[in-house]
Ligand binder design. Structure first.
Ligand code: DHK
Length: 143
């Protein structure tokens, strides 16, 4: 089984950006944590982060051609704006979990909308970085 973990804009700034919301762990810490769990589960995992919407669309499309079995995606701010990411997930038909470190539903009103949610098998939010591990387990159970 192989899983692609996609992170959107500003997620490369984990550990620096608003630590009171996103915590003190860095993006590298996040990758190491997921990799360690994937190794335990015997799952192949790869990572992609971009601040650019089109690059995120390209990564989702490429997952289809690479025969990726599952996607974990934190579209970050594009969650609340991007029909293109929704359409990309629908286009590839790969089981996808939407993940957020914080709980956008308990923050500003503009964060309450998620376009991508309609194409996702599950949404995990507000569980901090361990939410990514929950997403990994969810996709393994589905497989
Ligand atoms: C990350 C972001 O960058 C925000 O734009 C979202 C999400 C929430 C998160 O909690 O991981 O609103």
């Amino acid at each position: 089984m192989n899983i692609l973990v996609i992170n959107g804009p500003n997620m490369n700034m984990l550990g620096i950006r608003q630590p009171e919301i996103y915590g003190k762990a860095t993006y590298e810490d996040l990758k190491a944590m997921i990799q360690a769990e994937a190794d335990k589960l015997g799952v192949q995992v790869s990572f992609f982060q971009s601040n650019h919407e089109g690059a995120l669309v390209d990564a989702i499309q490429q997952a289809y051609f690479d025969h990726v079995d599952g996607i974990i995606i934190n579209p970050a701010a594009y969650t609340h704006t991007s029909v293109a990411l929704l359409d990309a997930v629908k286009a590839v038909g790969i089981p996808t979990v939407e993940i957020h470190v914080s709980d956008p539903d308990s923050r500003e009103e503009f964060r309450h909308v998620s376009y991508i949610r309609a194409a996702c098998a599950a949404t995990i939010r507000g569980h901090g970085l361990p939410g990514y591990i929950e997403a990994l387990h969810f996709l393994c159970r589905q497989h």
